[in-house]
Design a binder for this molecule. Structure first.
Ligand SMILES: *[C@@H]1O[C@H](CO)[C@@H](O)[C@H](O)[C@H]1NC(C)=O
Ligand SMILES: *[C@@H]1O[C@H](CO)[C@@H](O)[C@H](O)[C@H]1NC(C)=O
Ligand SMILES: *[C@@H]1O[C@H](CO)[C@@H](O)[C@H](O)[C@H]1NC(C)=O
Ligand SMILES: *[C@@H]1O[C@H](CO)[C@@H](O)[C@H](O)[C@H]1NC(C)=O
Ligand SMILES: *[C@@H]1O[C@H](CO)[C@@H](O)[C@H](O)[C@H]1NC(C)=O
Ligand SMILES: *[C@@H]1O[C@H](CO)[C@@H](O)[C@H](O)[C@H]1NC(C)=O
Ligand SMILES: *[C@@H]1O[C@H](CO)[C@@H](O)[C@H](O)[C@H]1NC(C)=O
Ligand SMILES: *[C@@H]1O[C@H](CO)[C@@H](O)[C@H](O)[C@H]1NC(C)=O
Length: 825
């Protein structure tokens, strides 16, 4: 009796303390209540009920054990949460998993494995090591009835087969969550598209969104060839029974997963044991060119180009007007029709992603030579390539019809595109001669044609140069300001006919839906900004100047005309104005990509801007600012340069906005209150903040802050660093001083950046944020510093080095709103 008691007590104690090994299975006569969990044998995964965010909804799911914050790997009742903690999980005698709301005894989710035989079995559900929940028949040894790996959510774990079982018809897709706190299916799905030759796809709302190309033996074509890694191996499997992509771990103690975000971006995350945090290991190339078929048929997208789209060589825009207006969907057509019978050849492209293969034909054992022959024999074949690039290449892909969704990538496999001979020869003689397409005689004619063409090209070039010279001379006579540093400078020779429209209030009011709240793009320092659509479909941004800061109508008009004359690629274009009653409004071109801060400070969108984009943006801002400072007739100090005043056009070119207004308001406000300082905390130079003195050097200071923010992806204002109480400027300077400036770069760009460009940017950024205005370079030397390779001066400690030295401002403003009123001492 005594002994029994002792055992009972000991058993209770053990289970109370959780010393017993956690269980990983349940059988048909057991239930798992909310609060209980199953734990996989390697103690890596845990199954139970959980909630997300501050919402009380309960979901049954699998998560990583002991990893914070809760990282969910799979969810059963994604769309049917239980509203209280009465949930129960069990496995039915027919093999079906059930999630039941205990309060009203309703089945909210069941796995429905389909009919099993015999209809009543002895099932067991088990949580296996890589986070896979399986149901087996205990009596019929090992036979698998159902597994969660066949129904993945937004997490692609090692061992999941992303793709199709051709026999059962099962299609395993990743499906994004609606938001980070809502597991119900969102807009995006990642799937294996098995039409034609299989490719990995992302669909948005069931419409193609982006494409990762066919598998080439090493990787999906278009994703840069994978450097072999010691963490996982991946493979694409295609046979009569199934088509899928998967990865498996080399070292099972490494934790890695691919997270398909609510924005449809696949990110590979690894767990860092030391810091106890997930970090981004790699992400697919996400940029504007990832959008499916952005450039239409036979068009080619290059993220480094502006505009993004061009036609493939040998093709021309189908609709030149639309094309030049950056509407690319109509695509390109052949410059010269194919003659088919015997005249065509092939041009090789080796830096493009292979076109969409949904309608391609393939044979995996043909050689490249057989492939070329096969393509030549069929008049509707437009291109061919190898399938597998390993071992000198093998397999054959043939494309019929238009070539869709081509983009430039750094390295890839060869794509051979059929061309009429005349298109073949214009620019690529070496390619042609190495791949003769016809008889010798034909070759001779071609060489003659080529020679004639090259002579023609030479003549045209010479003429163009001569013409350019003459034009230059003419301009010189017209007396350009002595120092035209910027080639984009547009002379204001037509002084009086700047294309500026006076819009009527009714028109503007109509275009913005009577200044509806949902049309509001933001609140600038000088008033709210609205989006409008004119009757002709043009999109505009309307800046409605606040009534308190009005000035005389004549004065305002003059000011506007003056702004209109400022034209530069990196300044937002003013289209017109509207003066009526007590309304003063400025009408600008609309920038679809909003402002820079909406990218670089956003957790997800920041991935869109890689290093090359950022470097281009820094450059563009420098040029725009130089133009403002150096324009010979007026020197304009922007006074409020910050990330939210840098807008991005459709090609991600930066455009400075709000320029000129600063000057306009300065004059106005000088009359009223000389103590008002316009600007935004975090960007204001010390002499301006403290003494109200501003000059072009205070813009240079703001520019420096901007550069450091673009590099680091962190805001100067509100910056905190775990180790010290530095602000961003001090942090950057310390790293620079210790020779570790690369550490400043946001983590996701470390692999893709050009180190010398990053170092130079940080260096120049630091020179610009020096405490004394005289130590800062002018914008013209900044632009030169970026363009030339030479040595740069050493920066000293930047302004506001110690936290206490930040000026005491009366903070009427919230965050980043302009027009903080500072009290000069
Ligand atoms: C539950 O089922 C298992 C296997 O069928 C059996 O061994 C066990 O005795 C049952 N437990 C109870 C409490 O019925
Ligand atoms: C809780 O959620 C509501 C809306 O879902 C949100 O407004 C609120 O800020 C959240 N509270 C906390 C503490 O996260
Ligand atoms: C039972 O509860 C679930 C979850 O709380 C709810 O979705 C369902 O509508 C309820 N059913 C009934 C019949 O009340
Ligand atoms: C298994 O049982 C559950 C609940 O008893 C039921 O909802 C489900 O339809 C059954 N499935 C099959 C295949 O019989
Ligand atoms: C596996 O990874 C762990 C942790 O990263 C490491 O300690 C171990 O040496 C690795 N094992 C092998 C066989 O590489
Ligand atoms: C693929 O090509 C090989 C070699 O040319 C040929 O033997 C085979 O029949 C072809 N297969 C199909 C399905 O066309
Ligand atoms: C060319 O290929 C297309 C598509 O595979 C096929 O429909 C057509 O019959 C082929 N034509 C010839 C002449 O082989
Ligand atoms: C690849 O091609 C080269 C040169 O043509 C040849 O020497 C080599 O043996 C080939 N390799 C294989 C694996 O076929």
């Amino acid at each position: 009796m005594e002994i029994l008691h002792y055992f009972l007590f000991f058993g209770l104690l053990m289970s109370y303390l959780g010393i017993c090994r956690a269980q990983d299975t349940i059988t048909a006569n057991q239930t798992l209540r909310d609060g209980d969990t199953l734990v996989s044998a390697d103690e890596m995964y845990e199954l139970g009920f959980f909630s997300r965010g501050n919402i009380t909804n309960r979901y049954l799911g699998i998560w990583y054990k002991n990893k914070s914050p809760l990282t969910v790997a799979w969810v059963a009742n994604r769309e049917t949460p239980i509203r209280d903690s009465s949930g129960v999980f069990r496995v039915d005698t027919n093999g079906s998993l059930l999630v039941i709301a205990g309060s009203n005894n309703t089945v909210v989710w069941s796995s429905n494995p389909g009919p099993v035989s015999p209809p009543t079995i002895n099932p067991v559900a088990q949580l296996l090591n890589p986070g896979n929940l399986v149901v087996r028949d205990q009596s019929g040894e090992g036979s698998l009835i159902w597994q969660s790996f066949d129904h993945p959510g937004d997490m692609f774990l090692p061992g999941i087969k992303l793709g199709k079982d051709l026999i059962s018809g099962l299609d395993r897709r990743l499906s994004s969550w609606k938001s980070v706190d809502d597991p119900s299916p969102g807009l995006y799905e990642a799937l294996m598209n098995t039409n034609g030759y299989p490719q990995l796809w992302v669909e948005r709302d069931s419409v193609p969104y982006s494409r990762f190309g066919p598998w080439n033996g090493l990787t999906f074509n278009g994703i840069p060839t994978h450097i072999s890694n010691s963490i996982y191996t991946h493979d694409f499997v295609m046979n009569d029974k199934e088509v899928y992509y998967w990865f498996t771990l080399v070292n099972t103690s490494v934790v890695t997963r691919i997270y398909f975000t609510p924005e449809g971006i696949p990110l590979r995350m690894n767990w860092n044991e030391r810091t106890q945090m997930w970090f981004l290991y790699s992400s697919a190339n996400i940029d504007m060119c990832s959008l499916f078929a952005l450039c239409g048929s036979n068009g080619r997208c290059d993220p480094k180009n502006s505009p993004l789209c061009s036609c493939m060589e040998g093709f021309e825009p189908r609709n030149p007007d639309e094309w030049s207006a950056s509407q690319w969907s109509s695509g390109c057509r052949r410059r010269t029709a194919l003659s088919c019978s015997n005249g065509d050849g092939f041009r090789v492209f080796n830096n493009v992603k292979l076109p969409d293969t949904r309608r391609a034909w393939f044979n995996r054992s043909m050689t490249l030579g057989e492939c070329e022959t096969a393509c030549k024999q069929n008049c509707s074949c437009n291109a061919y390539s190898n399938i597998d690039i390993r071992m000198n290449g093998s397999g054959c892909l043939l494309w019929f019809g238009d070539l869709m969704d081509i983009r430039t990538v750094d390295e890839s496999q060869d794509l051979f595109v059929r061309m009429a001979v005349s298109d073949l020869t214009v620019q690529s003689i070496p390619e042609f001669t190495s791949r003769p397409a016809g008889s010798n005689k034909k070759r001779q004619t071609i060489i003659v044609v080529v020679s004639i063409l090259s002579i023609l090209v030479m003549v045209i070039l010479i003429l163009a140069i001569l013409y350019g010279r003459r034009k230059n001379k003419r301009s010189r006579v017209k007396k350009i300001p002595v120092q035209t540093i910027d080639e984009e400078y547009i002379m204001d020779s037509q002084d009086d006919d700047t294309e500026l429209t006076a819009f009527s209030l009714t028109k503007i009011s109509k275009s913005t839906n009577d200044f509806a709240n949902d049309k509001k793009l933001g609140q600038g320092g000088f008033g709210p900004v609205y989006k409008g659509v004119l009757d002709d479909g043009r999109e505009i941004a309307v800046k409605r100047l606040s009534k308190t800061s009005r000035q005389g109508i004549g004065e305002f008009k003059n000011e506007v005309k003056f702004i209109a004359k400022l034209q530069h690629r990196n300044l937002v274009k003013l289209l017109g104005y509207c003066i009526q009653g007590d309304e003063n409004m400025l009408i600008y071109e609309y920038m679809p990509n909003k402002s820079l801060d909406s990218f670089i400070f956003d957790k997800i969108k920041s991935f869109i801007l890689g290093w090359s984009d950022r470097f281009r943006i820094i450059h563009g801002i420098a040029r725009g600012l130089l133009y403002l400072h150096q324009d010979s007739r007026f020197k304009i100090v922007h006074r409020d340069l910050k990330t939210s005043n840098i807008l991005l056009d459709v090609d991600m070119n930066p455009k400075i906005s709000d320029f000129g207004l600063a000057r306009m308001f300065r004059e106005h406000e000088n009359e009223a209150n000389t103590n008002n300082v316009v600007g935004t905390l975090g960007y204001i130079a010390p002499e301006y903040a403290v003494d109200g003195i501003f000059s072009e050097k205070s813009d240079v200071f703001s520019f420096g802050v901007l550069v450091l923010e673009i590099v680091s992806g962190k805001k100067n204002r509100g910056f905190s660093h775990q180790n010290d109480s530095d602000n961003l400027l001090a942090h950057a300077w310390r790293l620079f001083d210790e020779g570790m400036a690369m550490e400043l770069l946001a983590a996701h760009m470390r692999e893709s950046c050009v180190a010398s460009e990053v170092l130079r940017s940080v260096h120049i950024g630091l020179l610009c944020v020096q405490h004394f205005a005289k130590d800062r370079p002018t914008m013209s030397s900044v632009v030169l510093m970026f363009d030339k390779e030479g040595a740069l001066p050493q920066p000293k400690q930047p302004a506001f080095f110690a936290k206490g030295s930040l000026p005491q401002l009366n903070l009427a403003s919230v965050d980043d709103i302009t027009m903080t009123t500072l009290e000069p001492r």
